[in-house]
Ligand binder design. Structure first.
Ligand code: ATP
Ligand code: MG
Length: 300
């Protein structure tokens, strides 16, 4: 293992988090993350944001061990050290509405300890360009669209070339063109640092991550490469054409297409024989649906 991989390494052992109200958001998680781009996926409430906040040093775990780049997150000195080399985009980033985009970035750059105004200017200009906000940089943030605010949030996370970039749903609210652009930007970043991103847009993971974790109810349901997750659903994904009625229960409908004289469904599961289903190649989304379907069956 190279030095770079060693310092990028994140090690989590038996990590749990119970919120004051009693919600167990993380339940004895074991996870190792090395360099490159790591995807976190899972349904609402699975624990993705909780895990990211702990890794960002913003919240203490209830139990277990978490080390980021050699620093122990149980110690306040460890959390401080992680924060110093971290870029973080929270799921709900509050941006002072009366600042312009450029002023906001400059303010965050000061908080990150970039003391030279010339250097701040250089970085802000370059990042505004990266997220394509140069044209609106001197407009107040309150006049930005949702996607523009999100892109400004991504820019602030990338200030001062972090060693670890944790971004919580970076692509939510971005139009398809900007999403594709951002994927490229993040892939470039991931060549130099560890990027952990959570998303509900499964396609973003399949395009950019080599490694991912699927979370469910505070646990890791799957850990591996996108292609291995796709493989989980092989032989379970079918195309069924009906005259209109939806297929039997026990199947998850992934998509449907209105035809001239019927409806074509793509389903995950085991169809009944009368459906005359045709087996199709699975996608990453099918793998995700299949794993969750099995987990829910196991719970009931
Ligand atoms: N501050 C909090 N106080 C109490 N419970 C919380 C708090 N934050 C999150 N939770 C609970 O912890 C669980 C995990 O929440 P978390 O936000 O980590 O999920 P998530 O995977 O990020 O979901 P989403 O996809 O909706 O963003 C949920 O049951 C949630 O209700
Ligand atoms: Mg979340």
């Amino acid at each position: 293992m190279t030095d770079n991989q060693q310092t990028n390494r994140i090690t989590i052992r038996q990590l749990s988090k119970t919120y004051p109200g009693g919600v167990r958001a993380l339940n004895q998680i074991d996870l190792e993350i090395n360099g490159g781009m790591f995807g976190l996926i899972g349904p609402n409430g699975a624990g993705k944001t909780t895990l990211m906040r702990i890794l960002a040093g913003l919240m203490r775990p209830s139990q277990g061990e978490a080390r980021v780049m050699g620093h122990d997150l149980h110690d306040s000195s460890g959390r401080q050290a992680v924060k110093a080399s971290l870029g973080y985009l929270p799921q709900d980033l509050g941006i002072y509405p009366n600042l312009t985009g450029r002023e906001f970035l400059d303010y965050i750059a000061i908080l990150k300890g970039i003391t030279s105004s010339l250097e701040r200017r250089r970085q802000c200009d370059s990042l505004l360009e990266t997220v394509r906000l140069t044209e609106v940089a001197d407009r107040k943030v309150k006049g930005y669209s949702g996607g523009m605010k999100r892109r400004l949030g991504i820019a602030q996370a990338m200030l001062d070339t972090p060693q670890l970039l944790i971004i919580d749903e970076p692509t939510s609210g971005l139009d398809p063109e900007e999403r594709v652009r951002l994927r490229t930007v993040l892939s470039e970043m991931a060549k130099r640092c560890t990027v952990i991103l959570s998303t509900h847009i499964i396609e973003d993971i399949s395009q950019s991550c080599t490694d991912l974790a699927l979370m469910y109810k505070g646990q890791i349901l799957f850990r591996g490469s996108p292609s291995t997750l796709i493989g989980q659903a092989r032989g379970k994904v079918w195309q069924i054409t009906t005259s209109g009625e939806s297929p039997n229960n026990g199947l998850s409908v992934v998509s449907m297409l209105q035809l001239e004289n019927g409806v074509r469904y793509r389903v995950v599961g085991t169809p009944e024989p009368h459906h005359e289903a045709v087996l199709v190649e699975p996608s990453l989304e099918d793998g995700y649906i299949w794993m969750l379907q099995q987990a829910r069956i196991a719970v009931h």
